[in-house]
Design a protein around this ligand. Structure first.
Ligand SMILES: CC(C)(COP(=O)(O)OP(=O)(O)OC[C@H]1O[C@@H](n2cnc3c(N)ncnc32)[C@H](O)[C@@H]1OP(=O)(O)O)[C@@H](O)C(=O)NCCC(=O)NCCS
Length: 402
C-alpha cells in the first residue's frame, strides 16, 4: 500500500500493480506449505513430502497441516476418534443427492451437497469463534469421504453404505464405495495404503486456484461449508483438479504406444496441450509425481499392469527428451500418474476430482483458518484497471437507431 503514495498529482490514485492471475503477487503470509518449483521441493510445515508419504498416515498429515506439528500418540488417537465420530451424514443429505439425475457428475454432486451442509449446520457461521471453527473442521474432514462415496453410489444406483468406525480413513472410504452384501468389508491393505499416500500427496499445495477460492470466499466470513463448496468448484476445472480425468481421456484418444510420437507432434504444433504436463509453479519434476510412481508399482502388483501405463511411460519418455518440452520446462505433474493409478484401483474417471477433494479439504481448511486468524487479512477485493467508456449520457430508445 505504500506504493500508493507515489502519485503524479493530487488527483492521481497512486501507483498500483497490475498482475493478472497473481503471477507475481503474494496474497498472504503462510506457514503451511513450502514449494520450490525450480528445485521440485514440496514440504508441509517443513517436512518433505517424501518422508510424510512414507512414514505417516493421512490423518496424521491433516493434523500437521492444520495444527502445525505432527501429533504424538495420544493426540493422534484422540484426533482419529474425533474425525471418526463425525463421519455420519445427516439423513437429509441423502435427499439432496436423490434429487440429482443418475448421470450427474460426482464432482457437481459433491460441490452442491457440501454447500447444502451449510444449512444443516447453521452454527458454522460463527467463523470468528475458534471452538466452532474446530468443530466444523472435524465435521468437514470426517464427512467428505462419506459424501464422496455417496455421490458414487448414487451414480451407479447402489444403496448408500454407512461409515464403519472400525476401519481407518482410507479403508472406511473404500467400504462406503464398494461394500456389497458382505457383512464386513475387507479392504485390500496395499490399495488402502496407496490411497492413503495419494491423500497425503494431495493434502495441500499452498496458494493454488482452489485454496485461493477458499480464502477469497472465506474472507467475506462466509461459513466453511460454503467456502469449501467454492473451493470444490475451483478444483473441478480441467486446468486444476480435473486434469487427471483429462489425462485418462487423452490416453484413450492416443490408443496405443506406437501412436505417441504423432500425438506429441500435434501437441508441439499447438493443437492441444499434453494433459498432466506442465505446472504454474513446478519447472522441474513434480515431487509428488515421483512418490506416485513408486506407489503405482505397488498398486500394479495387486491389480495387474494397466495398458494405459505403457502409453503414459512412452509419452513421458519422449516428452522428457523433446526440445519443445525441455525448453519450456514441462515435466509430468501429479495428475499424470494419479489417474492411471486410480483407474487400476477401480475408480471411474468421473470420480478422480472427488478423490482429490477429500484430502485437499484438510489443506483448504488450514488455509481458511490461517486467513481468518491473520490480523493483516481483510475481505479479498482486487483492484482493476478500468478500460471502459468515459461518462456518457443515455440516449432515449427512439433516438438509438436501428
Ligand atoms: C498447468 C498449466 C495450466 C500451467 O500453465 P502456465 O503456468 O500458465 O503455463 P503457460 O500456459 O504459460 O505455458 C508456457 C508454455 O508452455 C506450453 N505448455 C504449457 N503446458 C503445456 C502442456 N501441457 N502441453 C504442451 N504445451 C504446454 C504453453 O503453450 C506455453 O508455450 P509458448 O511459450 O510457446 O506459448 C499448463 O501447463 C497446462 O494447461 N497443463 C495441462 C493441464 C494440467 O495438467 N493441469 C494440472 C496442473 S496440476
Amino acid at each position: 500500500m505504500d506504493l500508493r503514495q507515489i502519485k503524479s498529482g493530487a488527483e492521481d490514485t497512486g501507483l498500483m500493480t497490475y498482475d493478472p492471475a497473481f503471477m507475481n503477487t503474494s496474497s498472504c503470509r503462510s506457514a503451511i506449505t513450502f514449494i520450490d518449483g525450480d528445485k521440485g521441493i514440496l514440504r508441509y510445515r517443513g517436512y518433505p513430502i517424501e518422508q510424510l508419504a512414507e512414514q505417516c498416515t493421512f490423518l496424521e498429515v491433516a493434523y500437521l497441516i492444520l495444527f502445525g506439528e505432527l501429533p504424538n500418540q495420544p493426540q493422534l488417537k484422540e484426533w482419529i476418534g474425533e474425525i471418526t465420530h463425525h463421519t455420519m451424514l445427516h439423513e437429509t443429505s441423502k435427499k439432496f443427492l436423490e434429487g440429482f439425475r443418475y448421470d450427474a457428475h460426482p464432482m457437481g454432486m459433491l460441490t452442491s451437497t457440501v454447500a447444502a451442509l451449510s444449512t444443516v449446520y447453521p452454527d458454522s457461521r460463527q467463523v470468528l469463534d475458534a471452538e466452532s471453527r474446530l468443530l466444523q473442521i472435524k465435521r468437514l474432514i470426517g464427512k467428505m469421504p462419506t459424501l464422496a462415496a455417496f455421490t458414487y453410489r448414487h451414480s451407479v444406483g447402489y444403496p448408500y453404505v454407512y461409515p464403519d468406525n472400525d476401519l481407518n480413513y482410507a479403508e472406511n472410504f473404500m467400504n462406503m464405495l464398494w461394500k456389497m452384501v458382505e457383512p464386513k468389508y475387507q479392504a485390500n491393505p496395499v490399495l488402502a495404503r496407496a490411497l492413503d499416500i495419494l491423500f497425503i500427496l494431495h493434502a495441500d499445495h499452498e496458494q493454488n486456484c482452489s485454496a485461493n477460492a477458499m480464502r477469497a470466499v472465506g474472507s467475506a466470513q462466509t461459513d466453511p461449508f460454503l467456502a469449501t463448496a467454492a473451493a470444490c468448484a475451483a478444483l473441478s476445472g480441467p486446468l486444476h483438479g480435473g486434469a487427471n480425468e483429462e489425462v485418462l481421456k487423452m490416453l484413450d484418444v492416443i490408443g496405443s504406444k506406437d501412436k505417441v510420437p504423432a500425438y506429441i507432434e500435434k501437441v508441439k504444433a499447438g493443437e492441444f496441450k499434453l494433459m498432466g504436463f506442465g505446472h504454474r509453479i513446478y519447472k522441474n519434476y513434480d515431487p509428488r509425481a515421483k512418490v506416485i510412481k513408486w506407489a503405482a508399482d505397488k498398486v500394479f502388483e495387486v491389480t495387474g499392469r494397466n495398458a494405459k501405463l505403457d502409453i503414459a511411460l512412452e509419452l513421458e519418455r519422449i516428452a522428457l527428451e523433446d526440445e519443445y518440452f525441455v525448453k519450456r520446462k514441462l515435466y509430468p505433474n501429479v495428475d499424470f500418474y494419479s489417474g492411471i493409478m486410480y483407474q487400476a484401483m477401480g475408480f471411474k474417471p468421473e470420480m478422480f476430482t472427488v478423490l482429490f477433494a477429500i484430502p485437499r479439504t484438510a489443506g483448504w481448511l488450514a488455509q481458511w483458518q490461517e486467513m481468518i486468524t491473520d490480523p493483516e487479512q481483510k475481505i479479498a477485493r482486487p483492484r482493476q484497471i478500468y478500460t471502459g467508456h468515459e461518462i456518457r449520457d443515455v440516449i432515449p430508445m427512439e433516438k438509438r437507431g436501428a
